[in-house]
Design a protein around this ligand. Structure first.
Ligand code: NAD
Length: 329
C-alpha cells in the first residue's frame, strides 16, 4: 500500500455501484483506480461522469488494486467475489453476501486462507435512527419490523426475503444476541415469478419473538421497527430517520436531561414515564460505510458488518425463504 492509500476499484456500476465509485474517488484515504462493468455503455457513462478510468477486462483492474466493491446483481456476487479473493483482494460485497450458504461459506474459507477482509453492505446498521438506541440498555422481548418499497425490477433476481427483508434480519440479529429457535413464514408472488411479499415469525432461544414483514410491491417506502421490552418501548423510523423511546423510571433523576418526564402512579407505586426523541444527525451512510471498509483494511477500525455477520443474516433469510416455498408447494 503506497503512501498508506488503499487502491480500490468498483465492479458493477449500475444504480448503486456508481455511488461507490463516486465516494471512493472523493475519499482521501484511498486511491480510486477504476471501474469494471459488463455493460460497456454504462461503464463509459460512469467513467465520464466521475472522471474515473474504466477497464474493459476485470483482470486488468484486479492487477492494480488492493480492494474492490462488488455491486453486481446478487446472482453474480459469489463468482465475482471468489475471483477477487483468490487474487488476494479485500472485498466489500453489497447485500446479500451471496445467494446460497454454501457460496458464502466458500468465500469465508478462501478469505481466511488468503488473509483478506470480507465486509457486507448491510448499510442500515449505520442508520442514525438505529444507532440512537446505543445509549439505552436494549434487550427486546418483542420486535416488529416492517419494510415496504415501491416496485423496481432491480433486485428481482432474488426473492424479497433476500433483497429487502435481509436488511431487517441483519438488524434483528444485531439486537437479539441469541440463536434462532423456530421460524414460521408465509409469502406470495404478486408481480414476479418469485416471492414479492413475505412475513415471518422468528422465535429466539432466549424467548424473544420477532414479527418481520417485507413487500416490494407498495405505494410508498416504509421502514419501521417497534421494539418492546421490560420498562421500555422504542419506535424507530429508518426511512424518516426518527427514534422515540419511552421508559418507565423509578426516579425522575434517572431520565436524561433532554427527556420529557411525567409522573404516573401504578399499583400503589409512584413512577415516571420518560419520553426521548434524540436529534439525529443526517449523514451520507454509504460514504461512512466505505470509509469504514478502508479503515478496516488499514486495521484502524473494525468492519461494521463482517462477512460472517453477512453469512448469518443470509442463513436466517434462507430458512425463511425455504419455509415460504414449502408452504407454497
Ligand atoms: P443494477 O442492476 O442497477 O446494477 C448492477 C450493475 O452490475 C449493472 O450495471 C450490470 O451491468 C453490472 N454487472 C452485472 N453482472 C456483472 C459482472 N459479472 N461483472 C461486472 N458488472 C456486472 O443493480 P443495483 O441496484 O445497483 O444493485 C447491485 C447490488 O447492490 C445488488 O446486490 C443489490 O442487492 C445491492 N443493493 C444494496 C442496497 C443497500 O441498501 N445496501 C441498495 C440497492 C442495491
Amino acid at each position: 500500500m503506497k503512501n498508506n492509500l488503499v487502491k480500490v476499484g468498483v465492479i458493477g456500476v449500475g444504480h448503486l455501484g456508481q455511488h461507490h465509485a463516486k465516494h471512493y474517488k472523493n475519499l482521501p484515504e484511498c486511491d480510486m483506480i477504476g471501474i469494471f462493468d459488463v455493460d460497456d455503455t454504462q461503464s463509459t457513462r460512469i467513467s465520464k461522469k466521475y472522471n474515473i478510468p474504466s477497464y474493459s477486462a476485470l483482470e486488468s483492474l484486479l492487477d492494480r488494486v488492493d480492494a474492490v466493491s462488488i455491486v453486481t446483481p446478487t446472482r453474480h456476487h459469489s463468482s465475482v467475489a471468489k475471483l477477487c479473493i483468490e487474487r488476494g483482494k479485500h472485498v466489500f460485497i453489497e447485500k446479500p453476501i451471496t445467494q446460497t450458504l454454501e457460496q458464502a461459506d466458500k468465500l469465508l474459507k478462501i478469505a481466511k486462507q488468503k488473509n483478506v477482509l470480507i465486509q457486507v453492505g448491510h448499510i442500515e446498521r449505520l442508520n442514525p435512527a438505529l444507532t440512537a438506541l446505543k445509549p439505552f440498555s436494549i434487550s427486546p422481548k418483542f420486535i416488529e419490523l416492517q419494510r415496504l418499497a415501491p416496485y423496481t425490477s432491480r433486485g428481482t433476481d432474488v426473492p424479497v426475503v433476500l433483497d429487502k427483508m435481509i436488511h431487517d434480519i441483519d438488524i434483528l440479529l444485531s439486537l437479539v444476541h441469541s440463536p434462532v429457535e423456530a421460524i414460521q413464514a408465509k409469502g406470495l408472488s404478486i408481480l414476479t415469478n418469485s416471492v414479492d411479499v413475505a412475513h415471518a415469525r422468528i422465535r429466539f432461544e432466549n424467548g424473544t419473538v420477532a414479527s418481520i414483514m417485507s413487500s416490494r410491491i407498495a405505494k410508498n417506502d416504509v421502514r419501521k421497527i417497534k421494539l418492546f421490552q421490560l420498562e421500555l418501548y422504542a419506535t424507530i423510523d429508518l426511512f424518516a430517520q426518527t427514534t422515540e423511546v419511552y421508559r418507565v423510571l423509578e426516579d425522575e433523576k434517572q431520565g436524561s436531561p433532554s427527556a420529557l418526564i411525567e409522573p404516573f402512579d401504578y399499583d400503589d407505586k409512584s413512577l415516571y414515564i420518560s419520553y426521548e426523541k434524540p436529534t439525529l444527525e443526517k449523514k451520507d451512510l454509504l460514504k461512512v460505510e466505505l470509509k469504514n471498509f478502508i479503515s478496516s483494511i488499514k486495521g484502524t477500525e473494525t468492519s461494521i458488518v463482517s462477512g460472517v455477520e453477512g453469512r448469518d443474516a443470509l442463513q436466517v433469510a434462507l430458512k425463511i425463504q425455504n419455509k415460504i416455498v414449502q408452504d407454497l408447494n
